[in-house]
Design a protein around this ligand. Structure first.
Ligand SMILES: [Zn+2]
Length: 346
């Protein structure tokens, strides 16, 4: 009854722990955004509190209440959402970290016995965004874990977590799924037409959750189109225009590290596609809906120019994760962008 697809090793381990009563006090669910960490966390909270014969049954009162976010003993917190129950963070501002106030409230709740279930489960999504103070407070809780409390830390960039926190958790790494499997799931379980299933399975990089979000939220594909649209003018822009763009992106980065990472991923996909087209491997490209635009752009660039820029993009990604000044890193990248007049195929 697990809703998580393609993570069989993790599910066998959790099934064994549930059966033998050897559930850890804390788990780190590591893996890229939208890979299924949230679904697994909810499923595990259900399994821990389920009254059905097969854990998690998905049908009992507890399982249903947890799925609906109404269960008093399953508390979720993330960077984007307010803590449930709602009393703690009423601000609608975009948070840049999960602060000590939220953590102290979780600590207070953790010291109370479960109210309606068997286990209290605290799900901290975006755990890498815990402030230093909040992370230290969590560490203290994990050092002396209360009984019948399970902490689920979800992180896409676990390198930003305190190593001492990681060492207190059982680490479960969720791996991206093969694109063929995602395509199959989209067609068979979600009745998506073949062309769309193919496109989404390419774009999602093995993260089924991303593909499903893009199915229900048009904004995701629109935003991708907008981000791709910025690539074209850059190739013929003056240095001044490129630097202005670098500044704009860097200021976005200071507000939202994740959005910047998404833009870099789109650029990486795009330049990788250019390289594949240049090398005659059209069938392996990711942006299959932009094949003609990619072909036109590839004609105006040499293979070594494409490879060089791709290497620079990889360096930029690494620099950004190491907290190098994003504006400098972006200016350096755009300074090395091959500038060519585009040859349009007639
Ligand atoms: Zn159940």
């Amino acid at each position: 009854m697990w809703q998580v697809i393609g993570q069989d090793n993790i599910l066998s381990l959790l099934n064994y722990s549930l059966k033998t009563n050897t559930i850890a006090h804390a788990y780190l669910l590591a893996g890229p955004q939208h890979v299924g960490k949230g679904t697994l966390a909810i499923n595990l909270a259900q399994a821990l509190n389920c009254d059905g014969p097969e854990l998690p049954c998905g049908q009992c009162h507890s399982c249903k209440r947890i799925l609906e976010g109404k269960h008093a003993d399953v508390i979720s917190i993330s960077l984007d959402s307010k803590m449930e129950p709602a009393a703690i963070s009423n601000s609608l501002e975009h948070k840049t970290e999960i602060g000590i106030k939220d953590m102290l409230e979780l600590q207070r709740m953790a010291n109370l016995p479960p109210y309606e279930g068997k286990f209290k489960v605290f799900i901290i999504d975006d755990a890498e965004y815990l402030s230093t103070e909040a992370a230290n407070s969590l560490l203290k809780i994990l050092e002396e874990p209360p009984q019948r409390v399970v902490w689920l830390l979800l992180a896409a960039e676990e390198e930003h977590l305190l190593p001492t926190i990681i060492s207190r958790c059982q680490r479960l790494e969720l791996k991206p799924m093969p694109s063929e499997l995602i395509e199959e799931v989209l067609i068979n379980s979600y009745s998506v037409d073949a062309d769309k299933a193919k496109l989404l399975s390419q774009l999602c990089h093995g993260r089924l959750g991303w593909a499903l979000s893009a199915l229900t939220n048009d904004h995701i594909l629109e935003q991708r189109a907008q981000r791709i649209a910025t690539i074209f003018p850059l190739l013929t822009a003056s240095l001044g225009q490129s630097f202005a763009y670098a500044q704009e992106l860097a200021s976005q980065f200071s507000q939202n590290r994740r959005a910047m990472a998404e833009i870099i991923e789109i650029w990486l996909d795009w330049w990788r596609d250019l390289m594949l087209i240049k090398g005659g491997c059209q069938e392996a490209i990711i942006n299959i809906d932009y094949e003609r635009a990619l072909e036109a752009q590839a004609m105006g660039l040499s293979l070594s120019e494409i490879k060089g820029f791709l290497a620079n993009l990889c360096l930029l990604k690494e620099d950004i994760s190491k907290n190098v000044n994003p504006r400098l890193a972006l200016e350096w990248l755009l300074l090395n962008l091959p500038r060519k007049k585009l040859t349009i195929k007639s």
